[in-house]
Design a protein around this ligand. Structure first.
Ligand SMILES: Cc1ncc(COP(=O)(O)O)c(C=O)c1O
Length: 321
């Protein structure tokens, strides 16, 4: 069942054309400003949290448990949402969770940036030594069991808020943007835990708009997780779009040194947008996604009317080590 969302963000978030960059690049480039949700310094998670918090409250939860990297933008926005509703937020975090290869140089600091904001919002951060994603998920499960044993009523949220309800929030975002301007040839967005891309891909399936996810994690098999999320979204909505992994269009070339580590291309894209349009991106997600967009425009691998979906993340600019 889809709960009535609580209200966290200001909507619609702005949509506008990037005139200077459009002229320079010879493309009709637009930007959807989910960095300007007006909630907890912005970002794509506010939309998901309106549904997730609603469900948690309806189930009588007084504690939310999640996990992520120490610079998680999701944990920051979740912390703010929990503060608004007077419930406890506990997050299992690692400086740099990894799959099997762990890049160490130039990773973000576990302190400052989002971590500073987490503490202001009152998040209980449990910082563990770096390990694999599976180990991080297990830490979150253990944390949830421990808090339940202490008598807390826990609602657990998967990493990045990527549950079917999180993806549903992005089907609503697609409706929001269709009311603003509905003729994009491409929508380009950073993609990681997947509910942003899944909600958009579900919405634009079999239309003339192509949704391109720019991977921030190096594992190509994440499209299988996205497909599973898409099936669960179908189930939630009683639809049968059946988006298989091959229907998630992704570009893996801009991950750089690894998840959670800034890249030269991403940093270049951050400077480019800052210096032409005065808009800031982040070094882990939106900067890498924008680097991909710039390269594809150059290669003529995207053209027409192109929308960059700015997913936020700028507090991480203040966690460079
Ligand atoms: C700034 C930013 N952009 C993009 C993403 C990716 O969104 P999703 O997790 O829905 O794939 C995240 C998620 O962590 C993020 O924090």
């Amino acid at each position: 069942m889809i709960p009535e969302p609580v209200s966290l963000i200001l909507r619609p978030t702005p949509l506008h054309r990037l005139d200077r960059l459009s002229a320079e690049l010879g493309v009709d480039l637009w930007i959807k400003r989910d960095d300007l949700t007006g909630f907890a310094m912005g970002g794509n998670k506010g939309r998901k949290l309106e549904y997730l918090l609603s469900q948690a409250l309806a189930l009588g939860a007084n504690t939310i448990v999640t996990c992520g990297s120490a610079q998680s933008n999701f944990v920051r926005q979740l912390g703010a949402a929990c503060a608004v509703f007077g419930i406890r937020c506990a997050a299992a975090v690692m400086a740099l969770p990894f799959e099997d290869y762990r890049p160490t140089e130039h990773a973000l600091s576990a302190y400052g940036g989002n971590e500073t904001l987490d503490r202001i919002f009152g998040v209980d951060l449990y910082l563990y030594e770096d390990g694999t994603w599976e180990e991080l998920y297990a830490r979150a499960d253990d944390l949830a069991r421990t808090l339940e044993a202490e008598g807390r009523h826990v609602y657990q949220i998967p990493i990045g808020g990527s549950s079917p309800l999180g993806a549903y929030a992005f089907t609503r975002a697609a409706i929001e943007i269709q009311a603003q301007q509905d003729s994009f040839d491409w929508i380009v967005t950073a993609s990681s835990s997947g509910s942003t891309q899944t909600g958009l891909a579900w919405s634009y399936h079999q239309t003339s708009t192509r949704v391109l996810g720019v991977a921030c994690d190096p594992e190509p098999e994440i499209v299988e997780d996205f497909a599973r999320l898409g099936y669960d979204l179908d189930h939630l909505l009683g639809t049968q779009k059946n988006l298989g992994p091959e229907l998630f269009e992704m570009d893996f070339r801009f991950v750089g040194p690894g998840y959670g580590v800034p890249s030269a291309e991403g940093d270049g894209a951050i400077e480019k947008l800052a210096k032409t349009e005065g808009i800031l991106l982040d070094p882990i997600y939106s900067g890498k996604a924008f680097a991909c967009l710039l390269q594809r425009v150059k290669d003529r691998a995207i053209d027409g009317r192109v929308l960059f979906w700015h997913t936020g993340g700028t507090p991480a600019l203040f966690a460079r080590s």
